[in-house]
Write a protein that binds this ligand. Structure first.
Ligand code: ADP
Ligand code: MG
Length: 677
């Protein structure tokens, strides 16, 4: 099987260069990848119905004989219809095809076919429009349907898959050891691959699915647990001296109980002699930055350097400002490193990090670059983790001798799920907001009420309070400038004359963005019109209104993040979701936000409404893409796979026993895309 990953897809009959490119587009460069390109759905033709019993308006399969050769009729507008009648001996059914001369030669009089489509009916007869059809004698009972791409349809993919399956070695080595397979009641790999593509029955398909899901999750868990066990190697980077109390004393506020707890858990890890791998999860506004700062301080107080990495330039600068303020006078030197740091400053910062006089580096991906060298890097913190992958985490860790890792995430997910998805991390939860916070009052309004919303913004501006307005991206290419500048112009000229309005969009230079953010943070702007660049992390406590245009375009968790930009101080805050979308799903999403401020609840609902596939998309957690398993849906299998993975690693951590060699190969394969990315 492994060698099939070295066989380019073009080695199959009928797959030339052009086809090969189309397969590439589906992420299928080799025969091995094709075998693991599972169908996205199936048509069940195993129990065709008599014509009379076919449910009207639903997709179904009917078995019938063609009564006569399809006849051609021309209709107005140049379309050509092909009509014929079929019978099952009891009733007849009419078939109509549009512009498909092909049917004349493929639907033969007197032959039996399975027709798959929707039946419509009037008093006189039943009818199917453009059904799919298969000769009854050669018809698969359950037909796979593959994800298609331009020029490459499901039928053509199936033809290639059949060839690929024939190339599988027999007998085939099974990566799951036999003992485990028996204990879990799993079918063999050969059976699973055959039946996931060409199921002999629904039962066989179910068995194949279960086996492949288990295998995929087992491999995922093995990979994650192996990464976590990095922690089993000792590290010389310890921070035994407790500096947390000292740090809390530097803050302008008293830390919450949850902040103290999370920081103490992390500090204990850092004192243990084993590298920390910890995830801090907290709702928006729960004060994750202060926890990160506390641990940077803890590192510095023990003679170690710390790096704090943020997903955007904006956020890196904000963190730099915050940390510099906290550390002022405490003698902890902090430097900023981003893609746009001027050459001279950068050179200085690099030198100070290399010689060790700077204790803390705050920055973006720029921190990962080769030229950044630390004297004694002891702690790496990544903020808003979902923007970083497992691999980037690993890349930063390489910069020290197994430094401590702290990951901060604002995507709240249920604890049990988090523990398995972040199988390589320990977990601290910030389940308490700073005192005095009021829930953000949230309203969904239609576009007609927009002017009232503007009056509301104006009233708050008169009291010295600030507002955000989020505009959607209009341009497919990701150019958000037009929507933001047009909107801001109308605000200035028409809707909110007299207020000072700033704009922020993706096409601005970092320096320009920074200037606008600074103006907003200092209260020199009443309103900031922006795209979702402010979604993550931005902290301006004086802003009290978040207005989101076309709110239906965003996911629930994203809207919750946006809402989290307000309600960060003591003032009553508001979130106004503007949408003209009438559909139920959009309305339901708005209602969820209006009903709760709790990020964990929002995440649960998001999962329910959007489906887990989207929610746990690769972008969210940075894990490898799974082909068949669905971590939310397949929770129970996930649990079993995790237990099995633990047991395997306990016996054979290196996966070097002969019976584990297959699994080791699979782990390498699953994580291959992540290396060095
Ligand atoms: P997030 O968890 O969303 O990253 P931040 O770290 O940006 O939250 O903190 C949100 C706001 O709350 C900031 O303005 C911060 O100064 C403030 N804050 C954090 N901790 C406390 C606290 N214990 N008491 C009062 N205000 C706090
Ligand atoms: Mg934050």
């Amino acid at each position: 099987m492994a060698s099939l990953y070295e066989k380019p897809i073009t080695e199959l009959r009928g797959v030339g260069e052009k086809r090969g490119k189309q397969f590439q587009r589906l992420g299928v460069p080799t025969v091995g990848d094709l075998i693991r390109f599972y169908p996205r759905a199936y048509q069940d033709l195993s129990r065709p119905l008599p014509i009379r019993q076919a449910p009207v308006g639903e997709l179904c399969a009917v078995r019938a004989t063609v009564l006569r050769r399809p006849a051609e009729t021309r209709v107005k507008g140049g379309a050509v219809l092909y009509k014929t009648t079929v019978t099952d001996g009891e009733s007849d059914m009419a078939l109509t095809f549009f512009n498909n001369p092909y049917v004349v030669n493929t639907l033969l009089e007197g032959e039996d076919y399975i027709f798959y489509g929707k039946v419509s009916a009037n008093f006189l007869k039943r009818e199917m429009l453009s059904p799919e059809y298969f000769p009854a004698s050669a018809c698969l009972a359950i037909r796979p349907i593959y994800r298609q791409t331009q020029g490459l349809n499901s039928r053509a993919i199936l033809a290639a898959v059949k060839q690929a399956l024939a190339l599988l070695p027999r007998p085939m080595r099974d990566p799951i050891p036999q003992g485990l397979r028996q204990a879990q009641g799993l079918c063999s790999l050969a059976f699973a691959l055959e039946n996931i593509h060409l199921p002999s029955s629904q039962e066989a398909l179910a068995q194949a699915r279960r086996r492949l899901i288990f295998e995929e999750l087992l491999v995922l868990q093995l990979g994650l647990l192996k990464m976590k066990s990095r922690g089993k190697q000792r590290t010389s980077l310890t921070a035994p001296r407790d500096c947390l109390e000292e740090f809390w004393g530097l803050l302008p506020f008293a830390p919450t109980g949850a902040q103290r707890r999370a920081a103490a858990e992390a500090a204990a890890d850092m004192a243990s002699g084993f590298p920390m791998n910890r995830l801090v999860q907290g709702d928006v506004g729960s004060g994750k930055t202060a926890v990160a700062a506390a641990l940077c301080y803890q590192a510095a107080g023990n003679g170690l350097q710390a790096a704090l990495m943020a997903p955007t330039e904006l956020l890196a600068r904000q963190h730099y400002a915050t940390l510099s303020r906290f550390f002022q006078g405490a003698g902890v030197e902090t430097v900023l490193l981003t893609g746009s740091t001027p050459k001279k400053e950068k050179r200085q910062a690099l030198a100070r990090l290399a010689e060790g006089s700077a204790a803390v580096a705050v920055g973006t991906h720029a921190l990962l670059s080769q030229e950044v060298v630390f004297r004694r890097l002891g702690l790496v913190v990544t903020d808003e983790q979902h923007r970083f992958g497992v691999a980037q985490r690993a890349a930063l860790a390489e910069k020290g001798d197994s430094p401590h890792l702290l990951v901060m995430s604002a995507t709240p997910i249920p604890r049990t799920l988090a523990l398995m998805i972040y199988g390589d991390l320990d977990l601290s939860v910030l389940d308490e907001l700073p005192p005095g916070r009021q829930p953000v009052a949230t309203y969904a309004i239609s576009g007609e009420k927009r002017l009232r919303a503007f009056r509301f913004i104006q009233k708050h501006a008169a009291m010295g309070k600030q507002s955000y307005i989020i505009c959607p991206m209009i341009d497919e290419a990701g150019d958000d400038r037009a929507s933001v500048t047009d909107y801001a112009k109308r605000l200035r000229e028409e809707w909110l004359p007299g207020l000072s309005i700033g704009e922020l969009h993706g096409r601005m230079k970092p320096g320009e963005k920074e200037a606008v953010m600074a103006a907003f943070a200092q209260g020199r702007l009443d309103v900031l019109v922006s795209t979702t660049v402010v979604e993550v992390g931005v902290d301006v406590p004086n802003a009290v209104i978040m207005m989101v245009e076309n709110a239906e375009r965003y996911g629930l968790s994203q809207l919750h993040q946006l809402r989290g930009r307000v309600g960060r101080g003591r003032d009553k805050s508001y979130c106004i979701l503007v949408t003209d979308a009438q559909n139920q799903e959009a309305q339901a999403r708005m209602q969820v936000l209006c009903a709760t401020n709790d990020g964990f609840q929002v995440a649960d609902q998001d999962l329910r409404l959007r489906g887990p596939g989207d929610f746990f998309g690769q972008r969210q957690h940075g894990l490898p893409e799974l082909k068949i398993a669905d971590m939310a849906q397949d929770m129970e299998v996930l649990r079993q796979a995790q237990a099995a993975a633990r047991q395997i690693l306990e016996e054979d951590f290196a996966l070097s026993l002969p019976e584990h060699r297959g699994l080791r190969g699979q782990v390498a394969l699953l994580f291959r895309g992540l290396e060095g990315s």
